[in-house]
Design a protein around this ligand. Structure first.
Ligand code: URA
Length: 433
């Protein structure tokens, strides 16, 4: 590359704005292996502290998109995707993708893996026997055409710059940066060929964005840069102060998705799916109002088509449906313990950050991308915010692959529950739109 990388680092370190050409040259050089990790780390840290303007963020997104292929799709139904910034118990994609497909949308979903306390869709998919998330491009396209949706990991061909930069951010403390998250998400979504995107930005203790202003800033950045890329995009900020649903852990979460697709899902998970599904329907031109979209989603779920598509997708991606259904309610890591209520009252809070940490200690998460995760470890919450709690009753059941992991996770899971005397005020699932 022509520009000296150190000059770009210094420029950003000093708070100056980089040109589109400088950013393109940096990302191109990094992807080609010409810019060493040391310099890219320094640049990422400079961005973390100094930020990027909207013009710089757009240029970074375009440069990352240009680092690989863009999927081309035949004429057909609207290509609408959803992305979540990640949370604890966030299994929404496995319900929403078949739901949106059942409405007649095409959903080409490139998903990620668990990181830190947040879970990852690909790990949940991998927990299903036989399910493959590494798909060749033509296979991915064919499954979207035949089933309506496919879920896969990023391949070397799509946004290689994001794969490299994400792994680098992961080990250099530069994940929680609004412009870097924006470029990472949008470059992938543009590369998969989505025409429209719903973004679920998670806020509070179990999310990257710990405060509402931070989450709103990310939502605004995603909308501005997404529109500049030509995407129709809507963001919502949703609550991640308590885990989503009752299951946290890979196979446990797959089971909860099946419950949800069978009309037996926990209220917060069902509500979030209806809200996000309705926005996808609106962006895809299937409904004019949010309420109309919600009604479409409810009707579809009640009719059972999303469940059929879920199972059709499992088969299409190599999964064994019979085995999956047979494992339901039985596939658990061998060491089990419960957290019980220390006193009577009401559950005031179930801290998502601590539940995520407990799930991580149990073996359901990873500290770095190369870690392996357990499919059968995790926890099931028996009570959430507002539930009455009688002394000695179980609040959560935990499963781990080893006695040591169970012992480490138990006090963390117990600390996640706060018990008080009066029921707390109800909190909405969507906190800002
Ligand atoms: N999800 C992504 O794809 N990228 C980020 O940087 C954060 C969440």
């Amino acid at each position: 590359m022509d520009t000296r990388v150190v000059d770009l680092i210094v420029k950003k370190r000093d708070g100056l704005e980089l040109t589109g050409g400088e950013i393109a040259s940096l990302i191109g050089g990094y992807t080609a292996g010409e810019v060493p990790e040391s310099q890219m780390s320094a640049w990422a840290m400079a961005v973390f502290f100094r930020g990027l303007s909207m013009a710089e963020t757009s240029a970074l997104t375009r440069a990352m998109l240009a680092s690989g292929e863009t999927l081309r799709w035949e004429e057909g139904p609207p290509l609408v995707d959803k992305h979540s910034t990640g949370g604890v118990g966030d299994k929404t994609s496995l319900v929403l993708a078949p739901l949106a497909a059942s409405l007649g949308l095409r959903v080409p979903m490139l998903a990620g893996r668990a990181l830190g306390i947040t879970g990852g869709t690909l790990d949940k998919c991998d927990a299903m026997p036989g399910y493959r998330t590494q798909l060749a491009t033509d296979e991915f396209v064919r499954i979207v055409r035949d089933v309506g949706f496919a879920i896969a990991g990023q391949s070397a061909a799509l946004c290689p710059a994001d794969r490299l930069l994400y792994a680098l951010r992961d080990v250099t403390g530069t994940v929680e940066s609004v412009p870097l998250v924006t470029a990472s998400i949008l470059s992938k979504k543009a590369a998969e060929g989505a025409q429209a995107l719903v973004c679920d930005v998670k806020a509070f203790s179990g999310a990257f964005m710990r405060t509402l202003p931070e989450a709103r800033a990310l939502a605004a950045s995603l909308e501005t840069v997404g529109q500049a890329l030509g995407l129709r995009i809507r963001c919502v900020v949703s609550d991640m102060d308590e885990p989503l649903g009752n299951a946290v852990g890979n196979f446990l979460e797959v089971e909860e998705c099946l419950d949800c697709l069978e009309g037996k899902g926990p209220a917060d998970l069902v509500t979030l799916n209806e809200e996000l599904g309705a926005r996808m329907a609106m962006l895809g031109g299937l409904s004019k109002t949010l309420n109309e979209g919600i009604a479409l989603c409810r009707e579809a779920l009640a009719g059972g088509r999303p469940r059929e598509l879920f199972l059709k997708n499992v088969e299409a991606q190599g999964g064994d449906v019979k085995k999956l259904l047979a494992l339901r309610g039985r596939f658990r890591a061998p060491f089990e313990a419960r957290v019980c209520t220390p006193r009577g009252g009401y559950v005031m809070r179930v801290d998502a950050g601590l539940v995520g940490r407990a799930a991580h200690l149990l073996g359901a998460g990873r500290a770095v991308q190369s870690d392996t995760v357990s499919a059968a470890a995790g926890l099931r919450l028996h009570a959430k915010r507002g539930a009455p709690a009688r002394e000695g009753e179980p609040l959560a059941t935990l499963w781990a692959e080893t006695r040591e992991r169970l012992a480490a996770a138990l006090p963390v899971a117990a600390a996640a529950f706060a018990i008080g005397d009066a029921p707390p005020a109800a909190k909405p699932v969507i906190v800002s739109t």
